[in-house]
Design a protein. Structure first.
Length: 530
């Protein structure tokens, strides 16, 4: 086997391992918030969600963005001495940043808490600050493994840190609530859960890799390494960070605007907590888009380098059509059943209108994530990053106008405005880079028909199930059965129409994660037309 063959085989195997671990991690990240909200209620959920974006942004930037940057620099190094020097510079640079952020969070925690409208949040910010101290080693070790094509340790670390984090958060919160501790104490426990999780990730990687800085080092251009790491880390993590930055914008604006409008503090907290229920729903909804960005984009990068054949175009078209298909299905399907899902997961149907609007962010993000990943793979990073920043500014401005008028429903609309602007900007820029037709007209026609068919089946079923079949059960059990059966029925009908139309060919299903079974079903459904 040639070295090139070994590299490609190892790369694809590693990409598959990382994809599976990413699905597990993202699922855990979304799902744990549901029992957490059930333990602490909407006010406790508000307290946690106000502070989480602060540490979430730093975690994503370092453990994902900087890890990729370190990996790229190491992959381009000419020998072991240069690689060790790059690791040393990366570690020292990240350590300096971490200490700086730690000092800022510890010192200015009261200021940030006051700016968010609740001085008691300072203790949570200080608890969460400790997480930044473990990030330098985590990022450098991840980057080292990724540069060598060793994805198994990275996958184990990713899953391990999330498992430890979720376990500490849920068990610790349960103990705190049972002991009669305040909701702020429960929030501090959740912050410490994140610290424990990231520490566990470092320990797992360290057990695999113990020679990061040993051996002779060459002299390198330190400033170039720092500059490249900063640029690459920000550009590759920008699309993953955007949802957290939108949450941070809400942390500083929504609660304060509700107070200014005349709401009592507890009522405003609960309203914002209800609105924050949308975050785990969106995270679960964009799981397919995130998986696409991880699984298909490497194929695009590989085929783009080929001089013969059609190159990357078919894979780009497939990525776009799959993102639209599943992003739209997830957003609309969730919107249809949201009142029942809301009660199933969060005990009440409070804020369902705002959450229905919030759910459509799934569609925009399902396009944003793969589009930015493809553009980054082609070396186009500055313009997409500017679009992401522009959308964030638009979100902040829209909050100022819409929240005073419509409360948290206005914040949900503002989120869609910001994400929609980013999506259209990216699509226009994308078309200027690749002037190709991303999908035929018939694709959109069948997508509309599948949506109408889903609605035609779901709404009569929900009315029947709610009023006749599950009426004798408790409200939450009835809502759970209605939600689950409606989701299964709606998804089945939607996929049936899509498969019968063959707007996705069987060979295209095979390229998608877990698409083999769908391809087989489609072949059975369309065998008389072949």
């Amino acid at each position: 086997m040639s070295r090139a063959d070994w590299n490609m085989k190892t790369f694809m195997k590693g990409a598959s391992i990382l994809t599976i671990s990413a699905i597990i991690v993202k699922l855990l990240a979304a799902v744990y918030r549901i029992p957490f909200q059930n333990l602490v209620g909407d006010k406790g959920f508000f307290i946690y969600q106000q502070v989480y974006p602060f540490i979430g942004i730093f975690i994503v930037w370092t453990s994902y963005g900087f890890a990729v940057a370190v990996s790229k620099l190491l992959a381009g190094s000419s020998n072991d001495g240069e690689a060790k020097a790059i690791k040393r510079v990366a570690f020292l640079y990240l350590a300096g940043l971490s200490i700086l952020f730690f000092i800022i969070l510890m010192t200015f925690a009261p200021f940030f808490a006051q700016a968010m409208g609740d001085p008691e949040l300072a203790s949570l910010l200080r608890a969460g600050a400790y997480i930044v101290l473990v990030m330098p080693m985590l990022a450098v070790l991840k980057g080292s493994f990724q540069s060598e094509g060793q994805m198994t340790p990275v996958a184990f670390s990713n899953v391990g840190e999330q498992v430890f984090r979720v376990a500490v958060i849920l068990i610790g919160t349960w103990v705190a609530v049972r002991a009669g501790a305040s909701l702020y104490t429960a929030g501090e426990v959740a912050m410490w859960g994140a610290v424990v999780g990231e520490t566990a990730g470092v320990v797992i990687l360290a057990l695999y890799y113990r020679n990061a800085f040993k051996g002779p080092m060459e002299k390198i251009d330190t400033w170039r390494v720092v500059k490249d790491m900063t640029f690459v880390s920000i550009s590759v993590s920008a699309s993953s960070l955007i949802l957290l930055f939108f949450q941070l914008a809400d942390s500083f604006t929504v609660y304060n605007i509700l107070l200014a409008k005349g709401f009592m503090a507890d009522t405003a907290m609960e309203l914002k907590g209800v609105y924050d229920r949308g975050q785990p729903l969106v995270q679960m909804g964009i799981l397919i888009a995130s998986t696409l960005a991880l699984a298909i984009v490497p194929l695009i990068a590989h085929h783009a380098a080929k001089k013969e054949g059609r190159g990357a175009e078919p894979f780009i078209q497939l990525t776009f059509r799959t993102a639209v298909l599943f992003g739209w299905a997830a957003a609309v399907g969730l919107a249809f059943v949201l009142p029942y899902v809301n009660e199933m997961l969060f005990e009440t149907r409070d804020g369902s209108v705002a959450l229905i609007i919030f759910a459509f962010q799934i569609f925009w993000l399902s396009l944003i994530l793969p589009l930015t990943a493809i553009l980054q793979g082609a070396g186009k990073v500055k313009i997409p990053t500017l679009f992401l920043l522009g959308g964030l500014v638009l979100k902040i401005i829209a909050n100022q106008f819409l929240v005073p008028l419509l409360d948290v429903t206005g914040a949900a609309i503002a989120g869609n405005v910001g994400f929609a602007a980013i999506t259209f900007g990216l699509l226009l820029y994308f078309k200027s880079v690749w002037p190709i037709r991303l999908a035929p007209i018939r694709f959109y026609g069948w997508l509309l028909l599948a949506t109408l068919a889903m609605a035609a089946v779901i709404f009569p079923w929900m009315l029947t199930a709610d009023q006749l079949l599950f009426d004798n059960l408790s409200s939450r059990v009835g809502a759970t059965l209605t939600a689950l059966t409606s989701v299964a029925l709606g998804a089945g009908v939607f996929l049936l129409v899509v498969m019968k139309s063959r707007i996705m060919a069987e060979k295209e299903w095979y390229l998608l994660p877990f698409g083999r079974r769908l391809a087989r079903v489609q072949m059975i459904l369309t065998k008389n037309r072949r």
